[in-house]
Design a protein around this ligand. Structure first.
Ligand code: AMP
Length: 287
């Protein structure tokens, strides 16, 4: 496994691979502090490609909260050992200047509704930062396939749109959310939960499951009221949003029968840590 910190070195490695092979290159962008959710993306890429590149870059542009950026966990040595065990080929850990050289101008993106709801609504500028870094990383790596987790479903949709809008020649491959044994979606931020908070955290998954089990009995507003009440009873949590949205274009769903593919999306603060999760509810309510 090769570890590189600048795009010149990265290009040399990738170009020499391209010269000798027609086989595909897979790419997994991450912010590090890797867990099995990331590991799953890497494994799928290793299975489907002849060369897998993983990037680790904590992108300041996508943090709307400075404290969250400063406290974002890091452990490069552990990440490298993990990636090596997964047979990753190249790890790209760029410096800030390698991604954003002096004088770099951030493009002005427009994703319409995709960036106006949920994460877009509550984290101003977040998706512009995500789009900017992903488009630069895709340009630097030039992969055939790029792997993204459904845990960040809205991000996945934004990236699909980005690739379409800018004609970026890459296939975006969605990968299922990986969970802890008690249902909590794996996240690098979970490590910031206290012991007590970590014990309470599966409530998020339980409420998503409750929605899935009960959508036949209530319209969206009824489910929402129930979940809001549950979180009110647990003062350690602050529910930021619970939304039902089309899995196709993220339109907000107020009546099941108006939409075909629907998911439930949640963001909560547990203590100081903001966690997001989502779950597929149904395809075609009438059937
Ligand atoms: P991050 O390091 O949080 O920026 O995540 C890097 C990639 O891993 C993104 O495509 C995420 O959606 C994905 N990812 C993070 N956590 C999970 C998880 N629990 N299950 C599946 N994919 C995940």
């Amino acid at each position: 496994m090769k570890v590189v910190s600048n795009k010149k070195h990265l290009h040399e490695l990738i170009n020499s691979f391209r010269d000798k092979n027609k086989a595909p290159i897979g790419f997994v962008p991450t912010m590090g502090y890797l867990h099995s959710g990331h590991g799953n993306l890497v494994q799928i890429s290793v299975e489907e490609n002849a060369l897998t590149v993983v990037s680790i870059f904590i992108n300041p542009l996508q943090f709307n909260n400075k404290e969250d950026y400063i406290n974002y966990p890091k452990d490069f040595d552990k990440d490298l050992a993990y990636l090596s065990s997964l047979n990753c080929d190249i790890v790209y850990i760029p410096d800030y200047d390698d991604v954003y050289p002096e004088g770099h101008i951030v493009k002005d993106y427009n994703f319409d509704r995709l960036e106006l709801v949920m994460e877009g609504k509550y984290r101003a500028g977040h998706f512009k930062g995500v789009a900017e870094v992903v488009s630069i990383l895709l340009e630097n790596v030039k992969p055939d396939n790029a792997y993204f987790g459904e845990k960040d479903y809205q991000q996945l949709k934004i990236i699909e749109k980005l690739v379409e809008q800018y004609n970026i020649p890459v296939k975006i491959i969605p990968c299922k959310t990986v969970r802890e044994a008690d249902g909590l979606a794996m996240s690098s931020r979970n490590v910031r939960l206290s012991y007590e908070e970590r014990k309470l955290a599966p409530l998020i998954y339980e409420q998503l499951l409750w929605c899935k089990e009960n959508y036949h009995n209530f319209e969206p507003q009824g489910l929402k009221l129930h979940v809001q009440n549950i979180f009110k009873q647990h003062s350690e949590f602050e529910l930021e949003y619970l939304e039902f949205a089309s899995l196709d274009d993220l339109s907000i769903v107020n009546k099941w029968s108006d939409f075909e593919n629907v998911g439930v999306f949640i963001a909560v603060y547990l203590g100081k840590v903001r966690l997001i999760d989502n779950m597929f509810l149904f395809s075609n309510f009438a059937k």
